[in-house]
Design a protein around this ligand. Structure first.
Ligand code: GLU
Length: 369
């Protein structure tokens, strides 16, 4: 058995494939979700939904299910489908007198500390009011291409749901999808693939065996789910990957039944470290061997350890330190180019008085592992 008795805040991610049927929302399915969430709310759990399905619904409404390959059409479909999707949730929750709220996000909103704090504030308030926030990516204005599922932004709701779980300090992330867990081999290709009930460490092998991407309107495959599990793990949040069509799946998971695959958290990083780790880097600072050792030993990064600076960024930006770490830097890229390889005492001569004497302090550096 798994124990979720102490779990208070849960993010539930619902994928397009489980939510839609014949080009529209599966109303019965949404009703089912609302019923299960009502049961959890009664036990004083806090629920946040991250839903997909806007593009699929928009395409269904326009009857262009097979013609949504380009980004502009996908964005148009999202604009059409999102209100339809919300209407379904609203209706389903109304049966239990639960109010639902729509929250649309982009990667920038979560990357920027001010807008992220606004978001955190509004979610806390909604939860306090007993409302269920329903989150989706704001696909129409998103700068990250839908379906690319790359490291830069979302483009897929798997990563979005994990970032949300991390940002709002959720205790669990339930990812409802059309696969019933993680397998040791791609189950679509290997008949003897075995399901892995629990993952304690996301090894290179797990990533390699994860298989390809999803289908039609759903963008994420197992790869993006593993990415999501990593983000959740760094936030101390357990992630459960499960078949969203299984009867009473949410209730059963919360009751401790061994369903799907659970990804156990490894370390709980502080809020600021998580923000650094999950931010899209604005550039890269290449370090010499001595500086790499220093940051691994929790020392500050000094200008003398900088070998090269790539990209254009302002002071306070999050940048990569080689491929080893991410950091918030005290200098912009133009300044760092002047400082590269120099001793700290030369900072004043090169940039004027009143500047910090290190490029980044240990608190501003997060090692990626
Ligand atoms: N935001 C997209 C939608 O609502 C879904 C992206 C995904 O499938 O992960 O249609």
């Amino acid at each position: 058995m798994r124990d979720f008795t102490k779990t208070k805040r849960i993010v539930i991610k619902i994928g397009t494939n489980v939510l839609t049927k014949n080009g529209g929302v599966d109303t019965k399915y949404v009703q089912n979700i609302a019923r299960q969430i009502n049961a959890l709310l009664k036990t004083k759990k806090q629920i946040v939904i991250v839903t997909s399905g806007a593009i699929g619904m928009g395409a269904g409404q326009l009857k262009i299910e097979n013609k949504t390959k380009d980004t502009k059409t996908k964005q148009a479909c999202a604009a059409i489908g999102q209100p339809l999707l919300m209407a379904e949730y609203k209706k389903a929750f109304a049966k239990y007198k639960i109010t639902a709220a729509q929250v649309l996000l982009t990667a920038e909103v979560l990357n920027n500390r001010k807008t992220y704090l606004n978001l955190k504030g509004v979610i806390e308030t909604l939860l306090k009011l007993g409302v269920v926030p329903i989150i989706n990516e704001n696909d129409c204005v998103s700068t990250d291409e839908i379906g690319t599922a790359v490291k830069t932004g979302f483009g897929d709701n798997d990563k979005l749901s994990a970032l949300v779980a991390s940002k709002i300090d959720a205790d669990a992330l339930i990812m409802l999808t059309d696969i019933d867990g993680l397998y040791d081999k791609d189950p679509k290709k290997n008949k003897n693939a075995k399901k892995i009930p629990a993952v304690y460490e996301i090894t290179k092998e797990i990533v390699k065996n994860a298989g390809g991407s999803g289908s039609r309107h759903a963008t994420g495959g197992m790869k993006t789910k593993i990415e999501a599990a990593k983000i959740a793990a760094n936030a101390g949040c357990r992630m459960i990957l499960a078949d969203g069509r299984k009867k009473d799946v949410i209730i059963k998971i919360m009751a401790g039944e061994i369903i799907g695959t659970i990804f156990m958290p490894k370390r709980k990083l502080g809020n600021r470290s998580r923000w650094i780790l999950n931010s899209h880097p604005a550039g890269t600072i290449k370090l010499d061997a001595g500086a790499i050792k220093a940051i691994e030993n929790k020392k500050s990064l000094l200008p003398s350890g900088i070998a090269a600076v790539e990209g254009t960024f302002e002071k306070g930006a999050v940048v990569m330190l080689g491929d080893k770490a991410k950091a918030v830097v005290n200098f912009g890229s133009a300044e760092l180019k002047k400082l590269a390889g120099k001793h700290s005492r030369e900072i004043e001569k090169l940039l004027g008085k009143g500047r910090k004497d290190v490029v980044a302090t240990p608190e501003d550096i997060v090692i990626i592992n």
